[in-house]
Design a protein around this ligand. Structure first.
Ligand code: ADP
Ligand code: MG
Length: 665
């Protein structure tokens, strides 16, 4: 129960059924319909273990209207005994027509006495784990419902009209009386559901407002712009002019940094929109003000690319850039740590290694997190806590190529300032996306040969086989061999997560320098890799990838001036969601549109990386379906906080308890 977050009585009371089973009625066997779940009651007329073919337990059950076979492939000796001839059983299952007539496979079975009373309410089925039996959970919920403090916290005039009290709503949802329209429970449109969803949305709005108020009290070092510092020198030295969008968001960031309140800003921009240079300008601002900057990226390949680029830009300006990653150990690492600790390293670039315990900054003024959604909340919190000095917090800039759809931004990130790069650097041509069945693989290989002959470079991405890293490896290695054989004129490289970091870096460097024409890789190249000469991207088993991931991968091409293409190969069978994702990819190259569709296909919990934060953020409400409730909660939250601050706090505590911290990060 603890693993499900069921600690307090209130948690159990708010643990709502997934669905219900109707055990309030008994159907005559003769009236059963194929494929529909039903409950029957009868007496056992025969019970034996059949050993011809697959070993199974066969039970013949009879009532006044007919006969039914119960079939168990997995069973205990105890079950065999329980269902002995003459026993009266109440059985729930789905009817199907087998070889010997009507049967139920693995129904739930209970031994009852003649005339045993039927339950008065529908039977709830709860989200559970394998080790947690429904019967136990049901009992725990019923007793918790009795004990839980569920008094009305909110003034009645602030609750939407015509909704039941919280206690009544929970009573209905846990133990729906017979006659409640099951449809309205399943669709969550019943007033009891409305009440729960509204409460949840309100808790979430309130916690956002609280987080905002708390942040307003925090202090950060003010990092004002300097006219003659590293920043202006860097800008003057860039080989290109900033786009209007880059100038605008740089201005927004600079304005935040100049204040003595920690920045909490998300820089979102489609892949290739040029976020790195914006980050570099922000870093230079911190350096100009005499503070350090840390830049953290989710993979070593990506961190290293940032490192190289930033060294190129900043070393000529006499700025020391330090490198911290898992692969750097021993004396070199100790040296780096010393430079970070005494403030000599003005900019520190790396992976998770940046937030390890032994990394101490002299004066961390700005933390930048690239592809922030790839990091857990705990990691972002750790980065913020790297500046313990003088009760100050560093400014925080998060970057993402996966834009947050508007409804999500409104609900989850009320406390987050957002800058958007809505313009690509000039000279890019849109990537043409083609969706092919796997059977057309040889055509695709021919196309690769063509691209290579024209001096272009090609990515071939192999999917993750979820069940086994070993299979992944086999898959990517086999594809590498296949392409190397099919393309004798090309140098084909191989990149996957299990190679030593040094080998990965070497392969990536050879591809970047054009010594490799084809790179076969797993998703290690997903984020941030920047090789402008690469103009063809092939993604194998594209149906297994998420939409955001596909978009990221596609963003690896179309970075130079030549027309680029992305080929999505899919295997059969193709699920409806898989088809929808591939269609979305073929239809649009716009990251915002992709994000919107992604939200549609997946729902917000997953979109936000619920597993990362350890908890789905909204359990009951649906941002699209419940927009009216959301609007109401949004309007009420500030009033509640102002007029009834104690009730507001108690409400958040009841709903979110320990999770509130996560919502703020
Ligand atoms: P992303 O937003 O995906 O992180 P990058 O920062 O990697 O994008 O930039 C993509 C490419 O565009 C890089 O090669 C970068 O040097 C280049 N670039 C960035 N800004 C401009 C610009 N204003 N004009 C031309 N090229 C640019
Ligand atoms: Mg990037």
């Amino acid at each position: 129960m603890r693993r499900l977050g069921l600690v307090r009585d209130v948690d159990l009371a708010l643990h709502l059924p997934l669905r219900y089973e109707d055990e309030t009625r008994i159907e005559p066997i003769a009236a059963l319909r194929e494929g529909e779940p039903a409950q029957v009651e009868g007496v056992v007329r025969g019970c034996r273990v059949d050993t011809r073919g697959r070993r199974q337990l066969l039970v013949h059950l009879r009532d006044e209207t007919g006969q039914l076979l119960l079939r168990f492939v997995h069973f205990h000796p105890a079950q065999h005994k329980q269902m002995a001839e003459g026993q009266r059983l109440r059985v729930r299952g789905e009817l199907r027509t087998g070889f010997h007539g009507p049967e139920m496979v693995h129904p739930t079975v209970r031994v009852v006495a003649l005339g045993a009373p039927l339950p008065q309410a529908l039977t709830p089925v709860y989200p559970a784990t394998a080790q947690l039996p429904q019967a136990y959970l049901r009992k725990a919920v019923v007793s918790a419902l009795g004990r839980a403090p569920l008094c009305e916290l909110l003034p009645a005039r602030l609750v939407p009209p015509a909704l039941p009290s919280l206690r009544d709503a929970l009573q209905v949802l846990h133990q729906p009386p017979p006659g409640v329209p099951l449809q309205s429970l399943a669709e969550r449109s019943h007033p009891a559901w409305q009440r729960l969803k509204w409460e949840e949305l309100l808790a979430q709005q309130l916690s956002q407002l609280q987080a905002q108020a708390e942040r307003a009290r925090l202090r950060a070092p003010a990092l004002p712009l300097r006219a003659d510092g590293v920043r202006s020198a860097l800008q003057a030295a860039l080989p290109f002019a900033l786009t209007a969008a880059q100038q605008r968001v740089s201005g927004e960031i600079a304005a935040d940094l100049a204040r003595a309140q920690p920045m909490h800003r998300l820089l979102q921009g489609d892949v290739g929109s040029g976020k790195t240079v914006v980050a570099a300008l922000a870093a230079a601002t911190a350096i100009d003000a005499g503070w350090q900057c840390a830049l953290m990226a989710p993979t070593e390949i990506l961190a290293e690319q940032h490192f190289r680029k930033l060294v190129d830009w900043l070393q000529p300006l006499s700025i020391t850039v330090a490198w911290l990653a898992g692969s750097r150990k021993g004396r070199l690492r100790t040296q780096m740590l010393a430079q970070v600790a005494d403030g000599q390293a003005r900019l520190v670039v790396g992976t998770h290694a940046v937030i390890e315990h032994d990394v101490a900054f002299a004066r961390l003024g700005l933390a930048i997190v690239d592809e922030q959604h790839r990091f857990g909340v705990a990691q972002r919190l750790a980065l913020r806590h790297k500046l313990q000095a003088q009760s100050l917090e560093p400014h925080l800039l998060m970057m993402s190529a996966t834009p947050i759809p508007r409804t999500l931004a409104m609900t989850y990130f009320a406390d987050l300032a957002v800058s958007t790069l809505d313009e690509l650097p000039p000279g890019r041509t849109p990537v043409l996306t083609k969706v092919f069945a796997d059977t057309r693989r040889s055509e695709v290989v021919a196309r690769i040969a063509g691209a290579v002959a024209q001096g272009r470079q090609v990515y071939w991405v192999c999917p993750l086989v979820q069940e086994s890293e070993h299979l992944d490896l086999q898959n990517v290695t086999a594809t590498h061999a296949e392409l190397a054989a099919a393309l004798p004129q090309a140098a084909v490289g191989l990149l996957h997560g299990q190679l030593p970091a040094a080998e990965k870096a070497a392969t990536m460097a050879r591809f970047t320098q054009g010594q490799l024409q084809v790179l076969v890789a797993t998703t290690v190249i997903e984020v941030g890799v920047d090789v402008p000469n690469a103009s063809l991207m092939v993604i194998e088993h594209a149906e297994r990838f998420g939409l955001a991931q596909l978009h990221q991968l596609r963003g690896r091409v179309g970075r130079g001036a030549t027309a680029s293409a992305c080929v999505l190969l899919y295997g059969q069978p193709l699920s409806a969601a898989g088809r929808a994702r591939l269609q979305a990819m073929a239809q649009t190259g716009d990251g915002f549109e992709i994000a919107r569709r992604d939200l549609e296909i997946r729902g917000p919990g997953e979109f936000l990386g619920a597993r990362q934060s350890g908890d789905a953020l909204l359990r009951f409400a649906d941002l699209q379906l419940d927009e009216a409730l959301l609007q109401h909660a949004r309007a009420i939250a500030p009033r509640l906080l102002a007029e009834h601050p104690d009730a507001a706090r108690a409400h958040v505590q009841r709903w979110l308890a320990g999770r509130a911290e996560y919502l703020k990060a």
